[in-house]
Unconditional design. Structure first.
Length: 233
């Protein structure tokens, strides 16, 4: 038996739970793999969906991993401002075989110095923040650049995880996982991107986000400076 692949997901307060649980469900089916949800303590961690998730390990328990995956959510900025959390992301990401993210988790990777010069995906509403951390934003559900594999917003985490599964275990294995999960999307509306949703719906979404987090982008710009960006060339 080969040593099991170790998969570490960063779990943090106000994470978007589907950013985490979607790809976790897929990657749990890699076979011969151990998956951990990692935070400072083993206490329940509140998500943005109104329920909590239990971590399976602490930072001290998981000093390294073959796959690091960082989800996003409204707690992203708080993670970037948290020295302990960022030190763990930096340390694990420096040695991981695969450094990955979903949604605004790529901003955490960027703040950790793990996306300098890399193409990366992000939620469409904050994709333009990626250059703050030296990353190259790409409008795609999944972006692969060397060993960095990043997903777009929320549901793109499933696409990202299937792509990564195929890269590690082969396309046939990934297709079997997709079949087992009956991942055959047929949404009732064709409004899953700004281009398809139209200006009115996009504007309404932006208003709701500003009401929830009015200083989010300004705070992120300040955090980029705190992290030493832009880097000296």
């Amino acid at each position: 038996m080969t040593k099991p692949l170790s998969i570490a997901f960063l779990l943090f307060p106000n994470v978007t739970q589907l950013d985490l649980t979607g790809p976790a469900q897929v990657l749990s089916r890699l076979g011969n793999a151990r998956l951990d949800l990692v935070w400072k303590t083993l206490d329940p961690v509140p998500t943005d969906a109104g329920f909590s998730i239990l971590p399976t390990a602490t930072f001290a328990d998981v000093p390294r991993a073959d796959i690091l995956c960082v989800p996003g959510g409204f707690g992203t900025n708080d993670v970037i401002a948290d020295d302990e959390a960022m030190a763990w992301v930096q340390a694990v990401g420096a040695e991981a075989t695969w450094v990955t993210s979903v949604c605004t988790g790529s901003l955490i990777l960027g703040a950790a110095g793990l996306l300098d010069g890399y193409r990366a995906g992000c939620h469409w509403a904050q994709r333009d923040m990626l250059p703050l951390f030296g990353a190259i934003p790409v409008d795609a559900r999944t972006v692969v650049d060397r060993n960095r594999v990043t997903g777009g917003g929320v549901t793109a985490g499933i696409d990202f995880a299937l792509t990564l599964t195929a890269m590690i275990r082969g396309e046939a294995h990934a297709k079997a996982v997709q079949l087992g999960l009956e991942y055959d999307p047929a949404p009732p509306f064709d409004s899953g991107s700004p281009e398809k949703a139209g200006a009115e719906i996009v504007a309404g979404y932006r208003r709701r986000v500003r009401a929830l987090a009015p200083t989010r982008d300004d705070d992120l710009r300040a955090l980029a400076k705190r992290c030493g960006y832009p880097r000296e060339t």
